[in-house]
Design a protein. Structure first.
Length: 293
């Protein structure tokens, strides 16, 4: 699955934007693709520990680049949850069941075009694993596991509740741009632009269905080359769309921040979130980092 768009958080956590309901595009007549934007040999994505000057940009992103802070915040809170649960289990002398490794998840309505152009539609930076003490070999009982997982959930909630409510409202506000005439006009240029690079897709949903299908059918050497070609085509063709949407999102955020109903939550984000994150770093030994192209 394309990690960029498909991950869903709980409403209380992120009230994340609706995932794409993709349908595969119908193959059209063969055509000569225009040579796509070329990239030099791509180095692995980097990580940064630089926080935004205003924490609001981490919680209420308005651009793809700002969403990197949002991705890092989400991963950090989920790592705190896992580390707190694992610490509880270690103290009780057992090991928790293995879990799927965490990944940075990009957002559908905040496409990070610079990142996609370099790394494709699904790749991201590697989430660093926090240091951990050796775990006991014993498997805990169901009750033991539930108790420690609950402890991890509580640790994550203590962080997430500082921003989740206002963030959910912001993501809901972002979806209003789907009906914006200027955005719809800009998105209307996408199929013809993609076709110039040999990609047959009638809209964004069809594009990501195609990307998913290619990922599923990639050979044993992996889909990197084909995915990078798709990513560069998508990034190139979406730049006119983002040229319309980014100023619109910035204006939306200005109005959102000025709304009296958001004042207390925004003030709390600005004054309490970063100290709480730093305290959690010290307590749980979890790195607070953000993906970079």
């Amino acid at each position: 699955m394309i990690r960029m768009l498909r991950a869903a958080r709980s409403a209380a956590a992120l009230a994340l934007l609706a995932a794409v309901t993709a349908t595969a595009c119908t193959a059209g007549p063969a055509q000569q693709p225009v040579a796509g934007p070329r990239a030099a040999t791509v180095t692995p994505a980097r990580l940064s520990d630089t926080l935004p000057a205003d924490p609001v940009r981490m919680v209420l992103p308005a651009t793809g680049a700002e969403s990197r802070w949002t991705q890092g915040l989400d991963v950090f809170v989920r790592q705190v949850q896992r580390v707190a649960a694992a610490s509880c289990a270690r103290d009780r002398g057992f090991t928790l069941p293995d879990q799927v490794p965490l990944a940075f998840i990009r957002y559908y309505e905040l496409p990070d075009l610079d990142f996609i152009a370099r790394h494709g539609t699904s790749e991201s930076a590697t989430v660093p694993a926090p240091s951990a003490s050796p775990a006991p070999a014993r498997t805990g009982s169901a009750a033991d596991v539930r108790a420690c997982l609950a402890e991890g959930t509580a640790a994550a909630r203590a962080l997430r509740e500082r921003y989740a409510g206002v963030q959910g409202q912001w993501f809901g506000t972002l979806t209003t741009l789907r009906r914006d005439p200027a955005t719809l006009d800009a998105l209307g240029t996408l199929p013809d632009c993609l076709a110039r690079y040999g990609v047959r897709a009638r809209d964004e949903n069809a594009f990501f269905a195609l990307a998913d299908a290619r990922m599923q059918t990639a050979g044993p050497d992996g889909p990197a080359s084909g995915e990078n070609t798709l990513g560069r085509a998508y990034a190139t063709c979406m730049r006119p769309v983002e040229a319309v949407r980014e100023p619109a999102r910035a204006e939306l955020r200005t109005r959102f921040l000025a709304a009296p109903g958001h004042a207390d939550a925004v003030r709390a984000v600005r004054t309490t979130l970063v100290p709480a994150l730093r305290a959690a770093q010290r307590r749980y030994g979890v790195p607070l980092v953000f993906p970079q192209p």
